[in-house]
Design a protein around this ligand. Structure first.
Ligand code: NAD
Ligand code: ZN
Length: 342
């Protein structure tokens, strides 16, 4: 089959022919129809420090996908051939303490599809039946293809009660914008998103985020005063991984505020711990999605009218993957969805 492979420890990805994966007894084989590019794939493309440390070469990359069941292992009986599915890309061990307590998202032995095991930039991807998520008929393919990052946004945003709360989202990447839209949908009072990239700020405005702030041009405190916010934010969703954004968030939280951290910082940085202490903040790290509560919730959010399709700015055939990565690397894109049948 055709697959995008990290076949050499250097920048780039290469379209190659590799064997179709063989499903084990409890696995399913999925024929991929659409696959989206994640920031992690860009890190792997660039072959930065994180990738060189984490990804064994050769590796079929990619983990955001939708497809159809093509084959099932002898003990995998829940899904029918041809059924439309996506899947949770974190494969958990099932035997550690957290897994056995039903908290798979906290597994200490998580393996990532397209990171530690073959991924979805391929004609076929193989995952455990347990990880499959069936896609209802009224959810379009391209939305199902971005459920993985949408799930990051939903899990982060729904970490804390948002009803009537003032919410700061730092980073208007696809995940930050989705997080802001979820906050608005579930009844936050004021939602403010920040970024420094004009394309992303514009995308947030077009998607209907309430207050969009270019923090390279405007003081967040001025904006807060203008929109009648005189105390501070109740909830912060850190979606940039930028030190400056995290520092700004801490400084703008109200006492007792709650922060969920999704953004991954490229290097360690200092934070004002005393501000966290004296403001009595709650800080929660987020990795992945809840298994499988996040999937139920995000499907319900889509079915109840939350439309994130405007975040897909590039729809391309798989053979144009280089253009897709170029768009992602430039920062002038939302989600890039690649079609395996185009
Ligand atoms: P992205 O890189 O597309 O978006 C990040 C945005 O932050 C960019 O638009 C950038 O311009 C902006 N930014 C940079 N400096 C800023 C500042 N000082 N203030 C405000 N914004 C600033 O990323 P994404 O795909 O939307 O993902 C969001 C973050 O979540 C990334 O850091 C990504 O690595 C991380 N992530 C984490 C998980 C997890 O499980 N924890 C999963 C997926 C993604
Ligand atoms: Zn486990």
């Amino acid at each position: 089959m055709k697959a995008l492979v990290k076949s050499r420890p250097e920048p780039g990805l290469w379209m190659e022919y590799v064997p179709v994966p063989e499903p084990g007894p409890k696995d399913v084989l999925i024929k991929v129809t659409k696959s989206a590019i994640c920031g992690t794939d860009v890190h792997i493309w660039k072959w930065d420090e994180f990738s060189a440390k984490t990804v064994p070469v050769p590796m079929v990359v990619g983990h955001e996908f939708v497809g159809e069941i093509a084959d099932t292992g002898s003990a995998a009986t829940r899904y029918k051939i041809g059924q439309r599915v996506s899947g949770e890309g974190h494969i958990v061990c099932g035997t550690c303490r957290n897994c056995r307590a039903g908290r798979g998202q906290l597994c200490r032995n998580t393996k990532g599809v397209g990171v530690n095991r073959p991924g979805s930039f391929a004609e076929y991807v193989c995952i455990p039946e347990m990880n499959v998520v069936p896609i209802p008929e009224d959810v379009p393919d391209e939305i199902a293809a971005i459920f993985d990052p949408f799930g990051n946004a939903v899990h982060t945003a729904l970490s804390f009660d948002l009803v009537g709360e003032d919410v700061l989202v730092t980073g208007a990447g696809p995940i930050g914008i989705m997080g802001a839209l979820v906050a608005q949908k579930v009844g936050a009072r004021k939602v403010v998103i920040t970024d420094i990239n004009p394309y992303r700020l514009d995308l947030a405005r077009r998607m209907g985020v309430q207050h969009v702030v270019d923090v390279s041009k405007e003081q967040l405190s001025d904006v807060m005063a203008r929109i009648d916010m005189h105390e501070g934010f109740d909830v912060g969703l850190e979606m940039s991984g930028a030190a400056a954004a995290m520092q700004q968030m801490i400084s703008r939280m109200n006492n007792g505020g709650k922060i969920a951290l999704l953004g991954i910082a490229p290097t360690e940085f200092a934070v004002d711990w005393n501000a966290i202490i004296f403001k009595m903040l709650h800080v929660k790290g987020i990795y992945g999605r809840e298994m499988f509560e996040t999937w139920y919730k995000m499907i319900a959010l889509v079915q109840s009218g939350l439309d994130v399709s405007g975040l897909i700015t590039h729809r391309i055939g798989i053979d144009d993957f280089e253009a897709g990565f170029e768009a992602m690397i430039s920062g002038n894109s939302g989600k890039v969805v690649m079609d395996w049948n185009a």
